[in-house]
Design a protein around this ligand. Sequence first.
Ligand code: GDP
Ligand code: IMO
Ligand code: MG
Length: 426
Amino acid sequence: MPSLSVFGAQWGDEGKGKIIDLLSSDVDCVVRYQGGANAGHTVIAGGEKYVLHLIPSGILHPGRLNLIGNGLSVDPIALLEEIEGLRARGVKVDGTNLRLSGAAHVIFEHHRKMDGLSEVWLGDGRIGTTGRGIGPCYADKASRTGLRISDLLDPERCRKRLKAALAEKNAVMAKVHNADVFDFEDQLQRYVALGDKLRDFVGDVGHEVREAYKAGKKVLFEGAQGFLLDIDHGTYPYVTSSNTGTNGIPAGVGFPVTGIDRSVGIAKAYCTRVGEGPFPTEDHGKEGQMIRDAGHEYGATTGRPRRCGWFDALAMRYSMELNGAAGFVMTNLDVLTGFPELRCAVAYNIDGQRTETYPAGQDLAGIEPVYESMPGWTEDITAVRKYEDLPQNARNYVEWVQKLVGVKVLMLSVGPDRKQVIPLGL
Ligand code: GDP
Ligand code: IMO
Ligand code: MG
């Protein structure tokens, strides 16, 4: 398929980085279309660990074009740090293999600061954000007071737009939050200098992707976060500020909907979530901790412990349906080794009523999952590369979940390394 959307189907951290890196060996372009440095995509290659935040996960493959679309909120400081970090490890990153849309929005220091201040203000109602300035930057985009990367490249335009934007932010920081403010001239100089350093990377990314697609090149769209964190379809307000699924691609790249040939989700064999918000299948007990320990479930961006729980077939069906997914990659199957019994939510009880349909748009707090279970396995499966070599109970689990979700499992991942996969048609 010339174009493929690969998105997170749960609450993020499903292993997108690993799978996208793997698929990158066979594509020409890898394109990010939303989010920002709130993402942490882990790739383990040749025994080396890389955590990518803004740069697409194709960057480790020479000859691939990596593109950052207009739909992202880009922190220039974070991006330059990431570029330097990769270069220091011998990875080539320059304007020939990394392109940045001039229309992507800029995260300033005041956005990061406001992210933290708003969370304090929200108190018990806080979102548990990554603190990367994502929400405030997207809010400015929608308010039409944001600055774009191309604005940084034109000092006069930058002066005009930043002056207006920062005056209001400073007033809010001082008067509402009683916090220190930012010096306009200092910020202007700083961000114009950052823009200068990014100049060689900047271009019309949408045009580049459309041309590549028309020329028959293979394009891979890399989702960040997970579909249940989608601003419209996730567990609002405990979501991120962008459209995280295949739905984000047309707007976040400048690419026609009809050009998206295939959509594939990534989901763990269980569920995790970082930050606040409802998580019906969360396990607060011993087994949740066992999953956290076995899966090293700590955030790749913030280091926070991830909340852990069981696979949720309703939420997954919802993700698959709204994204038109042909199937999904099931990651971290190895983490479930050693559990005597594996649970999966097959329905929810809402006020005593059973439903098998994910209640989109409702507050999930207080919902009771209805579980069914399957016996587990004890064998180490991290070296298995063929489906038939998996223990019978592992195959039973995969097939059971596949049936409940209603779309195909297209690949299994049995460890963090690139090589630790069992292909099933992807
Ligand atoms: P992403 O944000 O979706 O790219 O996922 P993260 O990188 O934040 O988190 C996934 C974590 O699981 C990382 O530490 C990966 O190295 C690791 N990982 C990916 N696939 C597997 C797998 O199949 N098994 C195990 N045990 N770990 C995996
Ligand atoms: P990847 O791409 C997991 C969560 C935060 C918080 C909410 C809002 O690595 O899967 P934000 O900083 O975006 O305003 O935070 O979204 N969140 C993620 N959780 N993985 C991510 O990215 C996330 N990016 C944001 O924890 O609950
Ligand atoms: Mg992550």
